[in-house]
Design a protein around this ligand. Structure first.
Ligand code: C2O
Ligand code: CU
Ligand code: CU
Length: 439
């Protein structure tokens, strides 16, 4: 087994911006020097050792989103690294953990700000026997940035807190509308690392195949897709092919109606289509994907059930901003409660398959995420109508629409406290989070 060692230093950096390179410099918060944090590119079975140095003016942690790491190494909000502090995270990646993951801060009430200022990076865990290893890879790490004209990244407004913050610049690998040369058949790994933006990706009318989700490859490819929606924190692996004749087209994010609250300021369907990249193609090659990408065994019959209910409480009369930068008059709740650090909300048994029912009793979409394990979505229910999940896949984030129930199977293989929460980071910071203790 290999060893991977790195140091990640979270620090303020002044960058001539990406979105507007000739404009005023912007102070971002970055891991190391670059506007895209270092890629952690490792194999199943590897031992990882990351030294985290916190040069931010706030406490922070690093969370390894989607990976089955021991709970005391997972950057939980009760294990803060203070400003000026250092800690080492170590863990070994089990066999079967290949997939596309990421890392980001997880300090309670501060995750939203730390991520929107630039702290997030990609992780790839490779299988030793990867059937798609010969395809050239392209990595599209999507983030968004809200900038004022003077280059300043402003704090969250009341509407940012309510709906989750969306920046007007959508960046690919830290760049605004890069040019991409698509050569033959490529394997694309895509991360939605935005705080709250849902991304409906398409390549004009050019089709592509999906071969993977959050937790790695599917059992077989899904072909002829025209678009794919990634909720915040979701990832996908695609195979994208150059068409027979060289051509060019745009990679765009078309609007997705996630039922944002508008308070009378226009309708969400006014959201524009955003250009992410300009693509030129060359060198078409026939595509022969293997019939079977890998085996995924459906999880056994569950022996316990959990029910998690998303809800919101809005008090229009009390709505406003407090001096500490947090809003009043809005509550984001799980099972009627706001997050409390010392409280255990659920108990699970290690190695037991559980059915988690995630119910959305609010008016907008919320992406549900749980730490420590990948799950399998079983079915979705909307107003009494049940739709079985069409594909078997490993996921750690699942979007839940208003009035929808998502049923998923999960088994935690490590003991300790795990967080589960809405991955709209403003909602997480406002308390839409709970703790499951695995014993
Ligand atoms: Cu990516 Cu608890 O989060
Ligand atoms: Cu996570
Ligand atoms: Cu939410």
């Amino acid at each position: 087994p290999g060893q991977f060692r790195a140091t990640l230093t979270a620090q303020p950096r002044s960058v001539a911006l990406l979105a507007n390179p000739t404009g005023p410099a912007t102070e971002m918060w970055l891991y190391n020097e670059d506007t895209v944090a270092p890629l952690i590119d490792v194999f199943e079975g590897d031992r990882i050792e990351i030294t985290f140095v916190n040069h931010l003016p706030q406490p922070s942690t690093i969370h390894w989103h989607g990976l089955p790491v021991p709970s005391d190494q997972d950057g939980n909000p009760d294990a803060m690294v203070e400003p000026g502090g250092t800690r080492i995270y170590t863990f070994t990646l089990p066999l079967g953990s290949s997939g596309t993951y990421w890392y980001h801060p997880h300090p309670h009430r501060l995750s939203s700000e730390q991520v929107f200022r630039g702290l997030a990076g990609p992780i790839i865990v490779r299988a030793k026997n990867d059937p798609l290893a010969t395809y050239p890879e392209r990595h599209l790490f999507i983030s968004d940035l809200k900038l004022l004209a003077d280059g300043v990244i402003p704090p969250n407004t009341m509407m940012d807190w309510m709906n989750g913050r969306e920046g007007q610049y959508v960046l690919l690998n830290g760049q605004h509308q890069p040019r991409i040369q698509l050569n033959g058949n490529e394997r694309w790994r895509i991360w939605n690392a935005c705080n709250a933006r849902y991304v409906r990706l398409s390549l004009n009318s050019h089709t592509f195949s999906q071969v993977g989700t959050d937790g790695g490859l599917l059992t077989h490819a899904v072909h002829d897709l025209k678009d794919i929606v990634l909720a915040p924190a979701e990832r996908a692996e695609l195979i994208v092919s150059a068409p027979p004749q060289p051509t060019s087209f745009l990679l765009t994010a078309a609007p997705y109606d996630r039922k944002k609250m508008t308070m009378g300021h226009g309708s969400p369907s006014d959201d524009p289509t955003i250009v992410l990249a300009q693509i030129k193609t060359s060198n078409a090659q026939p595509l022969h994907l293997p019939d079977r990408l890998r085996d995924i065994a459906p999880l056994d019959k569950p022996t316990a059930t959990k029910k998690i209910v998303f809800s919101e409480k809005m008090n229009m009369l009390a709505m406003g901003m407090n001096h500490d930068g947090f809003p009043s008059g809005m509550e984001f709740l799980l099972n009627g409660r706001s997050f409390a650090m010392g409280r255990i909300d659920q108990e699970s048994r290690k190695d037991e398959v559980e059915l988690w029912e995630i119910v959305n009793h609010s008016d907008m979409d919320h992406p549900f995420h749980i730490h420590g394990a990948q799950f399998q979505i079983v079915e979705r229910e909307h107003k009494g109508q049940i739709t079985p999940e069409p594909i078997l896949a490993w996921k750690d984030t699942a979007n839940v629409r208003p009035d929808e129930t998502v049923r998923l199977k999960i088994v935690q293989t490590l003991t300790g406290k795990r967080m589960y929460h809405c991955h709209i980071l403003e909602h997480e910071d406002l308390g839409m989070m709970g703790i499951v203790n695995v014993v």
